[in-house]
Design a protein around this ligand. Structure first.
Ligand code: IMP
Length: 212
């Protein structure tokens, strides 16, 4: 007799949907690329579903966003939250990385001005990712970190955000001087998504058939 495992038999045609808790198509495409080996199709959350990031850590914010979006839509959801933490600035810009000043150039300038000629220039990028089930419960949460140093001036033209001032000593390059592949291999986001792949929730509804 043929026995079928849950979700196994009648989903030959497609991928299971995972809602990305973002309205930014660029972020969606980046997440989808990291998850390319999995049988899931990401979709943007509706733009009118706004979640306030009220938590005090990257991980708690990622969990909050994934959970609220999942519950509101009754669908599985994934969220990330990331930023730069500079040791000598007591972790700033931290949770305020995206809002530290109006433009990337001004955000970089603010960090450089605040750090001045401080001799201790250690910093880290942090990326938290969470996946929530339909009822809002968290099925996976993880955090990736990449350590580096803040230069005294910008170097390189690639990447985005604070990349031109974030120098990684092992590679003797800023994030903005790396190829996208190099950056993804070592970056906070690359590390976080490597954990997502390794810890993928076993109860995520697979659309792939399993042959009993
Ligand atoms: P969010 O995760 O979309 O909230 O973005 C947080 C902010 O942190 C971004 O707008 C950037 O300013 C900064 N950030 C996060 N990841 C990176 C990165 O890989 N390079 C440069 N800046 C980053």
């Amino acid at each position: 007799m043929l026995t079928l495992t849950p979700f196994s038999a009648f989903h030959f045609d497609g991928m299971s949907i995972l809602i990305a808790a973002t309205s930014n198509p660029g972020k969606l495409a980046e997440m989808q690329a990291y998850l390319a080996s999995l049988p899931c199709q990401l979709q943007l959350k509706p733009p009118d579903l706004d979640i306030e990031e009220t938590a005090t850590t990257f991980l708690a914010n990622a969990c909050l966003k994934a959970s609220q979006v999942a519950k509101a839509l009754n669908q599985w959801a994934i969220a990330d939250d990331s930023g730069l933490a500079v040791d000598a600035l007591q972790g700033a810009p931290g949770l305020y990385s995206a809002r530290y000043a109006p433009t990337d150039a001004e955000r970089i300038q603010r960090v450089l001005t605040e750090l001045g000629d401080h001799p201790h220039r250690q910093a880290q990028f942090i990326c938290a990712v969470a996946i929530a089930r339909l009822d809002g419960s968290i099925a996976l949460q993880c955090e990736g970190r990449c350590a580096g140093e803040i230069l005294t001036e910008a170097r390189g033209t690639g990447g985005f955000g604070y990349d031109p001032i974030f120098y990684v000593p092992e590679y003797q390059k800023t994030f903005a001087e790396m190829t996208p592949d190099e950056k993804h291999r070592i970056s906070h986001r690359g590390q976080a998504f490597a954990q997502v792949l390794a810890q993928w929730p076993p109860d995520f509804p697979s659309a792939l058939p399993t042959i009993p």
